[in-house]
Design a protein around this ligand. Structure first.
Ligand code: FES
Length: 261
C-alpha cells in the first residue's frame, strides 16, 4: 500500500450513533466505497477531507467499522480540531482516503472468540461480527465511561452474546478488571481467542492476564499516525524482541506476547 492508492471519495452520510446528550460527539461517517478488492476487520484507513487544504496538514486514522462494497463506515469520536471538522462534513463533500491499511484480527470460524472493547475501541468489532461466518461463537464485552447510546453496542448485541459495564465511580474500575480477568481465563481454558481494542491501560490489562493464563490474545493499537504507510515513523512502538516497528504496517493488530505496551 502506498499513497498511490489514495482515492477521493464522496461523503454519503454523517449521523450520530444514538440519541443522547453527547450525540454530536459520537458519530458515524459513511463514505463511497473505493475500488478496493476487499478488506478485513482490524484494518484501518487514513482520511483527509479535501476542503482542509493547508489548514490541517495531517490525515487522521480510523478503524474500518463496516464496509459492504457500496460504502465504508467509520465510527468517530470528536476529540480535537480534526475530528470536529470531520463531524461537520456534509453529503457530497470529498475526502481523500487511503486504505485498507495494516493487518487484521485473527479469525477462527469455529473458535470461541471473546471481543473486549474499551469505549470507542468497539469500532472494528462491528465489521468483525458482520463478517464472521459463525457469530454464535462470538461474545462481546464493552467497558465504557459514557452513555451506552454513544456506542454502536445495541447493533452488535442483537447478533452476538454481549455485556457491558459502566465505569462511573472509581470502584467500578476494579469490577471491570475482575470481569475481564475472569473472561480471559475462561477463554484461555477453552483454547479460544481474545481480541481487544481500547485505551492503552485497558490493553495492558488484557496483555497481563493473557500472559498469566496463556490466552491467545491480540490487541489493536491506536497510536498517532500521519502517513499510514510506514514512511513518517510517527507511530513506532516496540515488538516483543524490543525492535522498533511501525504500527501502521506491522500492526495495528499484535499478539500480546509480541508487543510492548
Ligand atoms: Fe507514518 Fe506509521 S503512520 S510510519
Amino acid at each position: 500500500m502506498s499513497l498511490r492508492n489514495c482515492r477521493n471519495v464522496k461523503v454519503l452520510k454523517v449521523c450520530p450513533v444514538g440519541q443522547h446528550k453527547r450525540a454530536d460527539e459520537f458519530f458515524e461517517i459513511t463514505l463511497e466505497y473505493p475500488d478496493w478488492d476487499g478488506w478485513k476487520p482490524g484494518q484501518f484507513v487514513m482520511i483527509r477531507p479535501v476542503g482542509w487544504e493547508l489548514d490541517l496538514l495531517w490525515a487522521r486514522p480510523f478503524s474500518i467499522s463496516s464496509a459492504d462494497g457500496r460504502s465504508v463506515t467509520l465510527f468517530v469520536q470528536k476529540v480535537g480540531r480534526g475530528t470536529a471538522r470531520i463531524a461537520s462534513l456534509k453529503p457530497g463533500d470529498e475526502v481523500a482516503m487511503w486504505g485498507p491499511l495494516g493487518n487484521s484480527f485473527a479469525v477462527g470460524p469455529d473458535t470461541p472468540t471473546l471481543l473486549l472493547a474499551g469505549g470507542i475501541g468497539i469500532a472494528p468489532f462491528r465489521g468483525y461480527v458482520e463478517q464472521h461466518p459463525h457469530p454464535e461463537n462470538l461474545r462481546l464485552f464493552l467497558a465504557h465511561r459514557l452513555d451506552l447510546a454513544c456506542y454502536p453496542f445495541e447493533r452488535l448485541s442483537g447478533t452476538v452474546a454481549a455485556e457491558c459495564m459502566l465505569e462511573d465511580k472509581p470502584e467500578d474500575l476494579q469490577e471491570i478488571i475482575s470481569q475481564m480477568d475472569a473472561l480471559i481465563r475462561e477463554y484461555a481454558e477453552k483454547d479460544g481467542l481474545v481480541l481487544a481494542c481500547g485505551p492503552t491501560p485497558f490493553m495492558r490489562t488484557v496483555q497481563r492476564v493473557a500472559s498469566e493464563c496463556g490466552a491467545r490474545a491480540q490487541v489493536s493499537l491506536e497510536n498517532r499516525m500521519a502517513c499510514g504507510v510506514g514512511a513518517c515513523l510517527g507511530c513506532v512502538t516496540k515488538d516483543g524482541d524490543g525492535h522498533h516497528v511501525q504500527v501502521c504496517t506491522r500492526g495495528p493488530v499484535f499478539w500480546t506476547d509480541n508487543v510492548e505496551l
